[in-house]
Ligand binder design. Structure first.
Ligand code: IPE
Ligand code: IPE
Ligand code: MG
Length: 240
């Protein structure tokens, strides 16, 4: 809450950008056409963040389960990610966006990983908006990888197993530098999480909206954010 009694904007918004395939299908086009249209939306939403008071934006670009799609869709998406990073780098650097990636890089091709590393490095002094892109990301996979790293520390005698609590595990997650999301938005009408930020969203508010991702505008984003401001979050306590 701020001094006026209104709750301020969510500091961290996470978005499941869903519906590209259906958007293309409705136009009689191949699914990749929808992914290209979806990628174009990202800039508008990122650039809307400062005015809306959103400091952290995390977007779901490709899940650990999305490898199950056809080989041509997967390779088209990977090509799109590379092209997108190359074409957006300059603008992201100059517009004050700090970019990070979460997810397992091991399955991604090395040209893509090199572009991701470069973008993280080039934007590491930016602080206007913190954009995190979840690429080959799955919440369960992230917790499993974190547990593996934590177990190594325990096995090496650097962490006492008796001292391990939720906060210890959180330090090993891909998101260790980020605050938890306050608001998770999913487009396309599906009311599910699809393995996104499972641990981090324990107390997030959710908004499931019918709009397909390529049609999601800055205006609709602003209206979802203002809806958040009137919700009451309790975090398990009785409101005082
Ligand atoms: C989301 O759109 C983008 C990715 C998962 C990469 P979809 O491709 O899932 O679109 P729909 O759900 O089939 O419409
Ligand atoms: C979630 O969407 C993943 C991304 C938006 C990248 P999906 O379309 O893959 O999720 P399901 O299959 O409908 O659960
Ligand atoms: Mg989908």
């Amino acid at each position: 809450m701020d001094g006026t009694g209104l709750r301020s904007a969510p500091e961290h918004v996470a978005i499941i950008m869903d519906g590209n395939g259906r958007w293309a299908q409705a136009r009689g086009k191949p699914r990749l056409f929808g992914h290209h249209a979806g990628a174009k939306r990202v800039r508008e939403i990122v650039e809307a963040c400062p005015d809306l008071g959103v400091k952290y934006l995390t977007i779901f670009a490709f899940s650990t389960e999305n490898w199950k799609r056809t080989q041509s869709e997967v390779s088209g998406l990977m090509k799109l990610f590379k092209r997108y990073l190359m074409s957006e780098t300059k603008r992201l650097v100059s517009s004050g966006v700090r970019v990070r990636f979460i997810g397992d890089r091991i399955r991604l091709d090395e040209t893509l990983v090199a572009l991701m590393d470069e973008l993280e490095l080039l934007t590491c002094d930016n602080d206007l908006v913190h954009l995190t892109v979840a690429l080959n990301y799955g919440g369960r996979d992230e917790v499993a990888r974190a547990t593996k790293r934590l177990s190594r520390e325990v096995a090496a005698g650097r962490i006492d197993p008796e001292s391990v609590d939720a906060e210890t595990l959180a330090r090993f997650l891909d998101t260790y530098v980020l605050p938890d999301p306050d608001l998770v938005i999913r487009t396309s009408g599906e009311a599910r999480i699809s393995n996104f930020l499972l641990w981090q969203s324990a107390y997030a508010e959710y908004e499931f909206i019918d709009t397909l991702w390529p049609d999601f505008t800055r205006e609709e984003f602003a209206s979802v954010i203002s809806g958040y401001a009137v919700r009451e979050r309790r975090f398990g306590a009785v409101p005082g």
